[in-house]
Design a protein around this ligand. Structure first.
Ligand code: DHB
Ligand code: MG
Length: 605
């Protein structure tokens, strides 16, 4: 494996805005070059020469001009018109200073199924390109009328046999059709002129729609890009790794964070390919703490709830309005810093890293710079970075940060409830940031994404994806909506929760009832259905029902969980008990919980 870093390129079609917006974002994120989409050029008020200058000023090259469509295998009069059109585009390319044009396989009704004709005409085009010092990269679109596999495009390029004609490989077109990327190894590297990369979720749909709306950056979908790119590199291909992602969300998102997300995807891919990129992600021992940002009103309610859940207020921060709450090594911080009335939200998460400084270096290399921080002279030097949803993520050691708190008298507390740690933190992601968030946690923290699940919930379709470290001690559950969320205002907007691992949820439920804790009431219909579906032991069912405990099971084990009501605008707590090897999150119960939260909200006024 070469240790020379590949050139990193992004197609302008990936990003939102005008060409100027896109170029600025690509440059700021550290890309070396762009694939210039014709539409972006045509809509720009800048001349090609000015765009060339703009790119040069930004430190960007233009690596590819694209696309040139419907060129090959046409009748003579159409060919004449196509060659004339090509010469005009070569003029533009000359002014842009780009020497490679992408020709995608035809979808034209004028074209015929004739490889020899296609090869002859592409050779004629390559001749004209060569006369101007340019080259042509031929790409098989997965929906090309006759040529829709890379093997077929390679047969045509080989038949044309012209030094200025080569292939553009696009991972989407190959992998969406279930193509075998191993045959790429048989293509000489010098005939691979360009490599476009896109990931995608596994969807069973028309391939053109899939490609134009649902492509993702590498590492965000389910394609095996490391193997694909490994095959390409094995040919000796030394050109750019270029992202070409058509995606409805990225097309309307702020291009600056989108370009950072794109760059992160490439760095992770390079790491998977064996390029030296960054320090490997250190192992994480667990969640060190979760910090809630509250105002006085919600803060008091959260404090009451934590008390009922068996936590004790044990510390007060030396310089900030932050309380430390603990139960058997499980830690929650309450930070009174919100000026929004009755608000509570997760402001920060902390993971315990075997090497916090190395975690911070890795985060930086993955495009998540360490946040500036003010601290008192004696206080712990905690590095933190910002997740895509704005949550601050801290890297902690085993507990030196605890000395930032002075002990306070915990006062009367009803006593522990068998909570042993933070099982997971659930974060609703803003619509634009769902795929970015999973990639962030994967690349920055080394958490592995689990498969995406989707379910119908009272306020719309929800997508859910957990990310988890190999030992299962750090888990985050990310949720988001499939389409932008309606504005009719469900009672709980973008809920977040902290799920505490509990030794015995049924016993906890009994204690919570005695303590008069604000446990969320689950309706009888749910238990009737549980009985119908799972035929649970009647005693267990009765206990679940009495305690408003939710239940799930899979082939590995069982999951008992219960929720509190929502405090402030969006926070609730969950107690969870994993029995056997159950590794899910009770997703089937989420719609029931959401409806219950709305009922509770309306009842509370
Ligand atoms: O969807 C398209 O038309 C299109 C155009 C150019 C490409 O490189 C591609 O992969 C798809
Ligand atoms: Mg392509």
């Amino acid at each position: 494996m070469s240790t020379v870093e590949p050139r990193r390129v992004i197609a302008t079609v990936c990003l939102s805005g005008t060409l100027e917006d896109k170029l600025a974002a690509a440059a700021a994120a550290g890309f070396d070059g762009v694939e210039l989409f014709e539409n972006d050029l045509i809509a720009s008020a800048a001349s090609p020469a000015e765009i060339r200058q703009r790119c040069a000023d930004l430190g960007l090259t233009i690596d590819l001009y694209q696309p040139f469509r419907d060129f090959e295998a046409v009748p003579p009069d159409v060919l004449r018109a196509n060659l004339r059109r090509a010469e005009r585009k070569f003029d533009v390319m000359e002014q842009l200073g780009v020497d490679l044009v992408l020709v995608c396989s035809t979808v034209s009704p004028d074209a015929v199924d004739d490889d020899e004709l296609a090869a002859d005409q592409l050779r004629a085009l390559a001749d004209r390109a060569a006369a101007r010092g340019m080259r042509v990269a031929y790409e098989a679109l997965a929906w090309g009328r006759f040529v829709n596999t890379y093997e077929h495009s390679w047969r045509i390029v080989r038949r044309a046999d012209h030094p200025a004609l080569g292939l553009c490989l696009d991972s989407f077109h190959v992998l969406s059709r279930g193509g075998d990327p191993a045959l790429i190894r048989t293509i000489p590297g010098e005939k691979l002129f360009f490599l476009q990369l896109a990931d995608a979720p596994q969807l069973d749909m028309d391939v053109l729609q899939w490609s134009r709306h649902h492509r993702l950056f590498p590492g965000q979908g389910s394609f095996d890009l490391p193997t694909f790119v490994g095959n390409v590199l094995s040919t000796g291909y030394a050109g750019p790794l270029s992202l070409e992602v058509f995606n409805d969300v990225f097309r309307q998102a702020d291009p600056h964070p989108a370009a950072v997300d794109a760059m992160r995807s490439l760095r992770l891919l390079e790491e998977q390919l064996g390029f030296p990129v960054a320090d490997p992600a250190p192992q994480l021992a667990g969640h060190a703490f979760a910090e809630l940002t509250v105002d006085e009103v919600a803060g008091a309610r959260v404090a009451d709830a934590l008390t009922a859940l068996g936590f004790a207020r044990t510390g007060e921060h030396r310089s900030k309005p932050v309380q430390l709450w603990e139960q058997a090594g499980t830690r929650v911080l309450l930070h009174t810093a919100s000026s929004t009335p009755d608000s509570a939200a997760i402001g920060a998460l902390a993971v315990q890293s075997e090497e916090p400084r190395r975690s911070a270096r890795r985060a930086d290399a993955m495009g998540a710079p360490v946040l500036p921080r003010t601290r008192g002279p004696e206080e712990a030097d905690l590095a933190s970075v910002e997740a895509p949803d704005g949550t601050e993520v801290f890297f902690c050691d085993a507990g030196s940060w605890l000395s930032d708190f002075h002990a306070v008298d915990a006062g009367d507390a009803p006593g522990p409830l068998g909570i042993t740690g933070i099982d997971h933190v659930a974060l609703t992601q803003p619509f634009d940031h769902f795929d970015e968030a999973a990639l962030f946690y994967r690349s920055v923290l080394g958490l592995e994404p689990e498969p995406v699940t989707e379910y119908a919930a009272p306020f719309g379709m929800v997508r859910s994806r957990a990310v988890c470290n190999p030992s299962g001690t750090v888990r985050m559950a990310l949720t988001g909506t499939l389409v932008r969320r309606g504005e009719w205002a469900p009672a709980v907007r973008d809920p977040q929760h902290i799920a505490f691992a509990c030794e015995d949820v049924l016993a906890a439920a009994r204690a919570l009832r005695e303590r008069g804790a604000p446990v969320l009431t689950v309706p009888d219909n749910y238990y009737d259905d549980l009985d119908a579906r799972l035929g649970l032991d009647p005693e267990l069912l009765a206990e679940l029902r009495a305690g408003s405990v939710l239940y799930d099971r899979d082939e590995h084990g069982e999951y008992l969980h219960l929720c509190t009501e929502v405090f402030g605008s969006r926070i609730f707590f969950e107690l969870v008990q994993r029995i056997g090897g159950y590794s899910g999150y009770g997703v089937p119960n989420a719609p029931v919980r959401m409806a219950a939260h709305r009922r509770r909200r309306l009842a509370n006024g």
